[in-house]
Design a protein around this ligand. Structure first.
Ligand code: COA
Length: 349
């Protein structure tokens, strides 16, 4: 039974809690009000930016069409220079506002709404965008290690169609997840080339095809080659992880005001050293994909071959080879062309 003293203590404590609650209630009301104001402001800023951009375009079109003399030309040049500056300012503003998904590919937009529903995936703070990208790289790394273990086990320790199927299923899940994450990254300003996202869509299809490829002599003829390729791919992805993560951290350091640890030249030197090391492994991987396509093509003429999965996966490997090889070459050529210092803000979104 409670004593009178205990009851009084409890009543005092409740009174103190009541006081705290009224402060909390007032703070929450303030927070809700500010949140409402924030949404209104966000919407207004987005509208104003779009409106300004439209009017800038209109002005530019007028400049193009009109005939102007020397004095007017000076004024027009001045306005155009100011406009360029403003465009950069708009970019910075947009980085802190909810983004319109219109910039994404049709498929990407559909994927986002199909999986997540009509919700916003905009990350408004630079730190949040960096954290998300960093998490994405870590996620890929952990999955790569799992895939390495799987392919090693399947190649050297066990030979069951069930464990192969499990591996193909894990690959299918991985590529679907990575595609979704990359779509969110692209929505938030990442410059991941469209091909790499498309590459993951194709890889989802390939994993699905391999998953349902029935066991048989033709499957067994290709199985070890595929597991060897997977093992090699895991190793390349580990190297790629160190390169991409190094770029991410260095570019973040470059974008930080007052950080004297890294310079643009220092970053370029590091990047080229990393790329020169990585590229031979990547190109070998691409030709391995071409070799897979060739093996599957010859297998499709095998006497025991009745499965449609064989020519289908040959075609997919061929597409992967062409896409990966040409995109990597284009990326490298683009980097050679842009050897002039890269603006830190370009990549540290
Ligand atoms: N997958 C996902 N994202 C990629 C990517 C890839 N293959 N290649 C580049 N990116 C991202 C970068 O992280 C960067 O993102 P950010 O804007 O958020 O910072 C953006 O795309 C732009 O990168 P970019 O400057 O074009 O290239 P990079 O220097 O980061 O990487 C390569 C260049 C060539 C190393 C890289 O594109 C690559 O690894 N390509 C080969 C992939 C491949 O062929 N895999 C199969 C092997 S068999």
């Amino acid at each position: 039974m409670m004593s009178n003293r205990q009851v009084t203590d409890c009543i005092d404590e409740w009174k103190s809690l009541e006081k705290e609650y009224s402060v909390l209630d007032a703070d929450f009301e303030k927070y809700r009000q500010q949140l409402d104001d924030l949404y209104v402001l966000q919407e207004r800023c987005v509208k104003m930016i779009n409106h300004q951009k439209k009017r800038y375009q209109h002005l530019l079109d007028t400049f193009k069409d009109g005939i102007i003399n020397g004095e007017e030309k000076k004024a027009v040049n001045e306005i155009e220079a100011q406009m360029n500056k403003r465009q950069n300012n708009f970019k910075q503003m947009e980085d802190n506002l909810p983004r319109d998904s219109g910039a994404l590919f049709f498929f990407d937009r559909k994927l986002l709404t199909a999986i997540l529903g009509p919700m916003s995936v905009s990350l408004l703070k630079k730190q949040d965008r960096f954290k998300y990208k960093d998490e994405y790289e870590k996620f890929k790394f952990i999955c790569t290690i799992i895939m390495f273990v799987f392919s090693f086990t399947n190649l050297f320790l066990v030979e069951f169609r069930f464990s192969d199927a499990l591996y193909h299923f894990v690959l299918l899940w991985y590529y679907c997840t990575v595609t979704l994450r990359e779509t969110i990254l692209r929505h938030n300003g990442s410059r991941i080339k469209g091909w790499w996202v498309f590459h993951h869509y194709i890889s989802c299809v390939l994993s699905g095809v391999l998953l349902i490829w029935p066991d048989g002599p033709v499957y067994q003829l290709f199985r070890n080659q595929f597991m060897t390729f997977s093992l090699y791919l895991s190793l390349v992805q580990v190297l790629q992880y160190y390169y991409q993560r190094g770029c991410l951290y260095r570019l973040r350091a470059l974008g930080e005001k007052g950080n004297m640890d890294i310079t643009v030249e220092g970053f370029q030197t590091w990047m080229w050293r990393g790329l020169t090391f990585l590229l031979p492994f990547l190109f070998f991987g691409h030709f391995f994909q071409l070799y897979n396509a060739y093996t599957l093509y010859t297998l499709s003429y095998h006497d025991d071959c009745v499965e449609w999965q064989v020519p289908a996966s040959a075609l997919i490997f061929l597409a992967l080879f062409f896409g990966n090889f040409s995109t990597t070459v284009l990326v490298v050529l683009q980097k050679v062309r842009n050897l002039n210092p890269k603006k830190p803000a370009d990549k540290t979104n």
